[in-house]
Design a binder for this molecule. Structure first.
Ligand SMILES: C[S@@+](CC[C@H](N)C(=O)[O-])C[C@H]1O[C@@H](n2cnc3c(N)ncnc32)[C@H](O)[C@@H]1O
Length: 426
């Protein structure tokens, strides 16, 4: 099947079925043999997710009757066509004819002329994409814009703009294999331009690479992980043979980092999602690390753990993921406004329960990849107000030591948006 038809299928799965891009895209990439085609398929699907409102308006404005029901996939195909015309260097005639051919392959023979006509019309008009309202101007749903305006009155535009940038590729040096300096030299030896990031093991590549080109990747010399996410293990700072809980562990990037920093700890890594837990095991295997994996609920530790209380707990809570929209632009369309309050309730339930399982003198690191205060500083403030034996320990990197936790915004030092709060139990 042609690549535009596969792209339409992916966009349909995300927008009509609510399946995430990171699940829907690899499923269709399997149908392509060559790396270049896989990359173009990803580019088209990510592009449509990034610019959805503007593309949707342009396409809808050129149609007298909107596609409904099963025909929606043809509408999604038109978004893919429109994206090519505005945002790629693919010659217009090729973009249009390939997209029309995709319509035929999707078995909508009767709509091939419509697809051709709409795309030719768009191409002929050369109309700039609409910026008539905030949703169009920022390609972001109104409820996210409203929440960001409230949370970041002085820089909300910048937060949104950064969320549309293409994210850089970060590596985590495995300090059990070599020093970061040595790994940087190995990269330089292969003409891979890179620099040290601000967290101790992080390396920022100047352009993304296939991991198989990275020295020692298969044997665990380095892993792919954003610079912001790498602060988790560093801030939790596991020591010696401590008992450590990673309460929401999958796919396991932070579990692996904890073990690289302190190989003697006993790590219990739990996740609610059995399928995602398999990925934790794969990551541990690649790095030759060991942890006790539990398929369980972090809000009900009593039901699956009969051991001691934990010296340290990482609570990387389920969240809106609004800090990582630049990596997962489908989040803008999959998340709904009501989710935020529901997530905040789930977070506080897990937070309280994990706290019960922390030893006196122990440390809990609360983390999210959200940039919304309801899931971050408001969450931690409320926790502190109802938990007399909890003390917030400021993080050195915070701009202001009196802030409740450290909010990283997307693009700050090239990192994803993230939040950390470190708490110690009396
Ligand atoms: C932000 S992700 C964790 C990312 C992970 N720490 C890493 O670095 O790879 C949140 C995880 O929480 C899990 N989760 C959600 N609710 C949970 C619960 N009640 N108990 C345990 N895990 C849960 C989800 O399945 C998801 O894998």
């Amino acid at each position: 099947m042609n690549l535009r038809a596969l792209a339409a299928k992916v966009v349909f799965q995300v927008l009509e079925k609510g399946i995430s891009l990171s699940v829907a895209l690899p499923e269709q990439q399997k149908n392509l043999d060559n790396g270049k085609d896989k990359a173009l398929l990803a580019e088209l699907c990510y592009g449509v997710m990034r610019y959805l409102p503007q593309l949707d308006k342009q396409v809808s404005d050129c149609m007298s009757k909107q596609m409904k029901g099963k025909q929606r996939i043809v509408h999604q195909l038109l978004l893919v066509g429109c994206y090519q015309l505005y945002f790629t260097r693919i010659p217009s005639h090729a973009a249009i004819s390939e997209t029309a051919e995709a319509c035929r392959q999707l078995k909508f023979e009767g709509l091939v002329k419509v697809v051709n006509g709409v795309l030719r019309n768009i191409q002929r008009q050369e109309k700039p994409l609409s910026t008539d309202n905030d949703t169009l101007a920022y390609n972001t749903p109104a409820w996210i814009i409203k929440r960001l305006k409230e949370a970041y009155p002085d820089n909300w535009q910048n937060v949104i703009e950064q969320s549309h940038e293409r994210p850089p590729m970060w590596l985590r040096n495995n300090q059990q294999s070599q020093t970061r300096e040595t790994y940087l030299q190995a990269l330089a030896g292969l003409d891979i331009e890179a620099e040290a990031g601000n967290s101790p093991d992080s390396i920022l590549l100047s352009s993304p690479r296939d991991v198989m080109q990275l020295p020692g990747f298969e044997t665990g010399a380095a892993s792919v992980q954003d610079g912001a996410a790498q602060w988790a293990a560093t801030l939790l700072a596991p020591q010696g043979s401590e008992l450590v809980l990673d309460a929401c562990a999958a796919p396991g990037g932070k579990s692996c980092h904890l073990l690289e920093l302190a190989p003697e700890i006993k790590l219990v890594a739990v996740d609610f999602d059995a399928k995602r837990l398999e990925r934790v095991q794969q990551n541990l295997d690649r790095l030759s690390l060991n942890a006790e994996l539990v398929h369980g609920d972090a809000a009900d530790i009593d039901s699956w753990w009969q051991g001691d209380k934990f010296d340290r707990i990482l609570l990387d809570a389920p969240c809106s993921a609004t800090g990582v929209i630049r990596r997962h632009p489908d989040i803008k369309w999959l998340r709904k406004n009501n989710d935020i309050e529901e997530l905040a309730q789930l977070q506080s339930k897990i937070f309280d329960h994990c706290w019960k399982w922390l030893k006196p003198g122990g440390t809990l690191l609360y983390a999210t990849c959200s940039i919304l205060p309801q899931e971050n500083k408001d969450q931690v403030s409320a926790f502190l107000a109802r938990t007399p034996d909890a003390t917030l320990v400021p993080i050195e990197e915070q701009a202001n030591p009196s802030d409740i936790g450290w909010q990283i915004v997307p693009g700050q030092n090239s990192m994803d948006g993230f939040y950390y709060a470190r708490l110690v139990k009396d």
